[in-house]
Design a protein around this ligand. Structure first.
Ligand code: SAH
Ligand code: SF4
Ligand code: F3S
Length: 470
């Protein structure tokens, strides 16, 4: 039993990060058993689920998409906002009910919620039917925990470490796609934006060494992958924790030089975004002209309270520079409304940035206090009605520009990586443009996995329709 501790999670030590190897030497003890895996949260969690899936397959499990058919349920959770919690505890209710009918069912919870002191305590005290809780730092221990569960019939086992782990360089993934792949370039986050829980749930920033990342990209390319997305909470800070002296621009350039057809990266933090990085993105055709550049707020006062370390003017300057240097670039963003003390004037500053930047799209959120973060201690004097009203006004403006941006593409020809059949309409396929816009295409089933020119026939707020140019 190992419970997470908030004070431990807050610490940043100089302890050396080691490269280790996962031990894949375990038995297929769960042959003929089925697992059901549900993933919440960001790309990082989705990628972690690809690691989890591999362990489960190696243990002998096969996947089911029907909860009721499963012998093992794994919930890979997210802690970013309160509603993420509610969703998971809601779902746990269903699992609890199922376990009453099927007592041998194993319930395992991993991900960022497991890393929260309060959540783990709650599971320990109020949800005894949960068998295994594991954290973001010890995903590779899941096989061991499952085998122990099987052997000892232990009741509940909670194994969550607050201090970040070392870096494993031999992780195997059961990837969702054979065309596009995620590649972790760094773990954790040291930014400590005052509202955000990620630095506590994911630990200190640990960059992977450049040669290991390049090796992974080369292997993916050899295996036929067309696109890699480099993952990190703020990729622009890549390498700052290493003594090697290289940074994100160097990494990007090396990844581009592998010749893989498409290179993407998320998420960019404006603070560490240098002109040299923009130059590299502009220089290589296989680095896609798409940047997710979270704004959070347009008000200098609120940005300061959020600990974002840039001003509205600095954000706009960076935005303009990206627009000028990278032709055809699409820029999307994240915005939080209703941060404590946000006034109507502050909010208007945010709208002003949206009007200036005219983002291709934006994820918008109502501020959600997270236990243990500095912002959660600020008295929140914005009423829920005000927050909701601001969110609605913001969404209207954001959607207006999304549609307008997409409309401009009507009639034009865009390069699309075709990913698969459209789930709702089997006559169509879907893919993404270089600028990361979802496009549904009539026919083209024989072109899955290829990058082809597509004519945009109709633009909507959140997607495009198109046809293959023959
Ligand atoms: N590392 C990324 C963001 C990861 S979290 C970055 O720094 O940009 C994704 C988004 O969730 C954030 O950009 C922010 O807009 C939102 N978010 C994070 N914490 C939140 C909170 N406590 N309440 C509401 N939204 C939050
Ligand atoms: Fe959270 Fe800020 Fe780190 Fe992004 S940069 S994960 S918002 S603390
Ligand atoms: Fe959620 Fe953790 Fe990602 S809190 S957004 S799953 S890093």
């Amino acid at each position: 039993m190992h419970l997470p501790d908030l004070n431990e999670a807050r610490k940043r030590t100089n302890q050396e990060v080691l490269e280790k190897e996962v031990d894949y030497n375990f038995s297929k003890a769960f042959l003929n058993k089925k697992y059901f895996l549900r993933t919440y949260g960001c790309q990082m969690n989705m990628h972690d689920s690809e690691e989890i899936r591999k362990y489960l397959e190696l243990l002998g499990f096969t996947e089911t998409s029907v909860l009721e058919d499963s012998d093992l349920v794994v919930l890979n959770t997210c802690a970013i906002r309160e509603n993420a919690h509610e969703k998971v505890f809601g779902y746990l209710g269903r699992c609890k009910h199922l376990k009453r009918e099927k007592p041998e069912l194993i319930i395992a919870i991993g991900g960022c919620m497991s890393q929260e002191e309060g959540v783990t305590k709650e599971i320990k005290e109020k949800h005894p039917y949960v068998d295994i809780v594991f954290g973001t730092h010890n995903i590779s221990e899941l096989p061991k925990l499952l085998l122990e569960k099987k052997a000892e019939q232990k009741k509940q086992d909670i194994e969550v470490y607050s201090m970040e782990g070392d870096i494993y360089e031999n992780i195997q993934y059961s990837r969702d796609s054979k065309i596009t792949a995620w590649v972790n370039i760094m773990y954790g986050c040291d930014k400590f934006c005052t509202y955000c829980i990620v630095p506590y749930t994911r630990g200190k920033q640990r960059s992977r060494r450049l040669e290991n990342i390049i090796k992974e990209v080369e292997e993916l390319k050899k295996a036929g992958y067309k696109e890699v997305t480099l993952l990190g909470q703020n990729v622009n800070a890549y390498g700052k924790d290493l003594e090697e002296g290289y940074d994100f621009k160097d990494l990007l350039e090396r990844v581009a030089k592998t010749g893989i057809e498409r290179v993407r990266f998320v998420t960019s933090h404006p603070w560490d975004f240098t002109e040299e990085m923009i130059d590299v993105i502009a220089k290589y055709d296989n680095i896609m002209p798409y940047i997710h550049l979270p704004l959070q707020s347009g008000s200098d006062r609120i940005l300061k309270l959020m600990g974002r370390r840039y001003t509205k003017a600095e954000y706009l300057k960076l935005f303009q520079s990206i627009k000028e240097k990278i032709p055809n670039v699409a820029i999307t963003t994240d915005i939080i409304v209703g941060f404590p003390n946000e006034t109507e004037e502050d909010f208007l500053e945010t709208l002003d940035v949206v009007n200036t930047c005219q983002f291709d799209s934006a994820f918008t959120f109502i501020y959600s206090p997270r236990e243990g973060t500095p912002a959660s201690k600020i008295k929140d004097n914005v009423t829920i009605e005000e927050k909701e009203e601001r969110l609605q006004r913001l969404n209207e403006l954001v959607n207006h520009y999304s549609l307008e941006k997409n409309k401009r593409l009507e009639g034009s020809i865009v390069p699309v990586l075709i990913l698969g059949e459209n789930e709702k309409d089997k006559n169509k396929v879907y893919g993404y443009t270089d600028t990361m816009k979802l496009i549904n295409i009539t026919e083209g089933h024989d072109l899955i996995g290829k990058i082809v020119p597509v004519k945009v026939t109709e633009a909507k707020s959140f997607s495009l329709d198109g046809e293959i140019v023959k």
